[in-house]
Design a protein around this ligand. Structure first.
Ligand SMILES: [Zn+2]
Length: 140
């Protein structure tokens, strides 16, 4: 019997998404994109016009804007040490809305520009999170 992995270590159990999680471990943010029309989806799924035939993981901009968020004050586990985490939805430049967290921001404001970064929360478990762009790296 293998040692239990700490929650949320099971995030990579879906094999379709393994390339995405491997990208996170390597500091690359990938989105599932249709090669025929460019339609982009998260999580992985089929293109409404072309199905799964042309879907592959492709490098994404890593940029987006804060769509909404909440702060979690009640902890249900020890996987996330530190201050109360926020749970955010970021609208990516490519279109999908992703569930994530924002770090490194003094305050959060709907519509604020964000960029992806990665945080290792356990062995082989690296999560994409978002932060305000560094000075000089902002986007309109
Ligand atoms: Zn398509």
């Amino acid at each position: 019997m293998s040692a239990p992995r700490p929650f949320p270590g099971d995030v990579a159990d879906d094999r379709v998404d393994e390339e995405f999680w491997q990208g996170c471990r390597e500091g690359r943010y990938l989105l599932y994109r249709c090669g025929a029309c460019g339609w982009t989806v998260w999580p992985a799924g089929g293109c409404p016009r072309h199905g799964m035939a042309e879907m592959t993981w492709q490098p994404a901009s890593g940029r987006g804007r804060l769509h909404t968020w909440t702060v979690v004050h009640q902890r249900y586990g020890s996987s996330f040490p530190g201050p109360p985490p926020n749970v955010a939805i970021v609208e990516l430049e490519e279109g999908p809305l992703v569930l994530t967290s924002v770090i490194g921001a003094d305050r959060l404001e709907i519509g604020m520009p964000l960029e992806v970064t990665f945080t290792e929360i356990g062995p082989e478990v690296v999560l994409p999170v978002f932060r305000p762009p560094r000075a000089g790296e902002g986007h309109g």
